[in-house]
Design a protein around this ligand. Structure first.
Ligand code: ZN
Length: 145
């Protein structure tokens, strides 16, 4: 009996240790990724100061009004109200600064530079979609799964 209890305790401890290990690893990985992204972004801005200016422009966008669509602002498109004209998306501004358009630059021309800049500018700096078409489409896709 004593052996069984000890075995049970040992098993539980091992399971807990495993769980703790997984949690710590996950947290550490997230922290390292975050730090890497910050450092990489800093490096990119040193190489291309217009990136910092673009981030400032994106950060000044406010989610106000009846709805907000991050994708519309990112991709660009046509105005929905008032006179119709094309709005340049933030994406095309980013495309001019990193990635393919800068393929001769050793840092700015890399896929990794584009990945990090996209993450910082689109995912971290622009407010999330709210009450927009994307969410309706997402809802349909979710319901059809
Ligand atoms: Zn949207």
């Amino acid at each position: 009996m004593k052996i069984n209890i000890n075995q049970q305790l040992t098993d539980e401890l091992e399971q807990n240790a495993e769980l703790l290990n997984k949690t710590v690893t996950k947290t550490l990985t997230a922290a390292i990724r975050q730090q890497y992204k910050q450092l990489m972004w800093q490096k990119l801005c040193e190489q291309e100061p217009k990136l910092k200016a673009l981030q400032g422009e994106i950060l000044s966008v406010k989610d106000e009004g009846k709805s907000f669509c991050a994708n519309d602002l990112w991709q660009g498109g046509y105005t929905r109200e008032g006179p119709i004209f094309r709005i340049e998306g933030f994406r095309s501004k980013l495309d001019d600064l990193v990635g393919w358009s800068r393929k001769d630059h050793p840092v700015l021309g890399t896929h990794e530079a584009y990945r990090v800049a996209h993450q910082v500018l689109f995912l971290d700096s622009l407010p999330d979609c709210r009450e927009c078409r994307c969410l309706v489409i997402d809802g349909f896709l979710e319901a059809s799964r």
